[in-house]
Design a protein around this ligand. Structure first.
Ligand SMILES: [Zn+2]
Length: 432
């Protein structure tokens, strides 16, 4: 049976996707690093990650797909196109998890892409561009920092040597951990870092409550919000809590409290608490930390996120101003720790995903991603988009993370239609 991708109706492509096969693979994958609480602990480049990679390679070889790997351990599985010289359309996510992670974060996107390759093979689909599944190395960053290591190195955002020099809590380097991965996964064809990709589409669980609350099966992701992290250190002077009048204190906590109250007010989203601005103070320390001493030092973190780069920058400027002006009689230093610009996906990819969903008569909504994903970095290389499916109770990075077999199946069907269309159309209509 042969079917040319451009001429195949969406329903026929979607009908080749086997929900039960995908669900069984997800459950099989969840056994690598499974936890007593029903979740997964499969940290990057661990023995569990190596076993999961071995499983995936086994499935790929059984199907006759070629397997490629690069210098940071990103894994590619390829279904050939009629023109093998063209850069592939790529889809995937990551196989590593948080220490108390769930069964779907990352694994869904990898295995949905693999299911699409199998579905296209079952259908005998003919596409000009090769189509590849990818499993990016170390997206979570819980063992080796930074996260999204594989996609950052691939896209050039992080030098390979800096990634390989990262060490885990035991002092083991990513270089040595990766050597163990290479030793265990043999006969993989080499792939050069940064090898061109024609388009990238990542399916992922939403990891938030929006789709579930809206009762919608598909989220068409418009982009990924940016983030700015700061560490604010307020310095005052310690003094006796009983003998020092309030007027003569330089109380670092009270100054930090004023700053935080002003931040909450100044950075409040104009759309109210359901708006897109996210301000989080996740860490707060006081010194000397004694019940009966005025604190001499307060140090706290700020995690600020917004889907619009310009607005994010304006909010970050406010953080610095407020810290500088409200600390008196103490002093405050505001140290930037991280800047990740907001990423808007190109309209043509967003529209293509929305169209794929519509062609299957599925309701969808457009939304930005609240979490970071590999797509953020691959978007530097090629037109990029993402598809979200609902997460029960919005839970993720949690053993109880859950999406139903039906939701998984639906997401994979939309992914298949979108990928087939990309592989058929991108060369003719999208050539820059
Ligand atoms: Zn993820």
């Amino acid at each position: 049976m042969t079917a040319v991708a451009t001429a195949v109706p969406a329903e026929r492509i979607a009908a080749a996707v086997q929900g039960e096969r995908l669900w069984q693979r997800l459950m099989a994958m969840a056994r690598y690093g499974e936890t007593a609480g029903g979740g997964v602990n499969r940290q990057a480049l661990s023995p569990e990650d190596i076993a999961a990679r071995g499983q995936l390679i086994g499935w790929a070889r059984a199907r006759g797909f070629r397997v490629f790997g690069d210098a940071i351990g990103n894994l590619f599985v390829r279904r050939e196109g009629t023109d093998p010289s063209l850069p592939p359309v790529v889809s995937g996510s990551h196989l590593d998890s948080q220490p108390a992670g769930g069964r779907f974060d990352g694994a869904f996107g990898v295995l949905a892409a693999f299911e699409c390759l199998e579905a296209f093979d079952d259908l005998g689909l003919v596409h000009r561009h090769p189509i590849e599944m990818v499993a990016w190395t170390n997206e979570e960053g819980s063992r080796f920092a930074p996260g999204a290591m594989g996609s950052m190195v691939y896209s050039g955002a992080l030098p390979l040597d800096r990634a390989l020099d990262a060490t885990d809590a035991t002092g083991m380097s990513a270089r040595d951990a990766l050597a163990a991965v290479s030793a265990a996964t043999v006969d993989i064809e080499p792939r050069k870092l940064g090898t061109p990709i024609s388009a990238y589409l990542e399916a992922h669980i939403e990891q938030g409550p929006i789709l579930e609350a809206a009762g919608l099966p598909i989220g068409v992701v418009t982009g990924i919000q940016g983030a700015r992290w700061f560490e604010i250190t307020v310095e005052g002077a310690t003094a006796h809590a009983g003998t020092t009048p309030l007027a003569s204190r330089r109380d670092a906590f009270q100054a930090a409290h004023r700053i935080i109250a002003a931040l909450n007010e100044a950075l409040a989203d104009p759309a109210g608490p359901t708006g897109p601005t996210r301000l989080t103070i996740g860490r707060f320390e006081l010194e000397p930390g004694s019940v009966n001493s005025v604190p001499a030092l307060a140090r706290f973190s700020i995690d600020l996120r917004h889907p619009d780069s310009g607005q994010l920058q304006a909010l970050a400027v406010r953080v610095e101003e407020i810290a500088a002006t409200l600390a008196a009689p103490c002093t405050a230093a505001c140290k930037p720790l991280l800047t990740i610009p907001a990423r808007r996906f190109p309209d043509r990819v967003v529209d293509l995903v929305a169209g794929a969903s519509q062609s299957l008569r599925l309701a969808s909504m457009r939304l930005p991603s609240g979490a970071f994903h590999d797509a953020q970095f691959i978007a530097e290389l090629c037109p990029t988009g993402m598809i979200f499916i609902p997460s029960r109770d919005g839970l993720s990075h949690n053993e109880a993370e859950y999406s139903s077999p039906e939701e998984i199946f639906t997401g994979a069907r939309v992914l298949a239609v979108a990928l087939a269309e990309l592989a058929a159309s991108i060369e003719s209509s999208w050539k820059a």
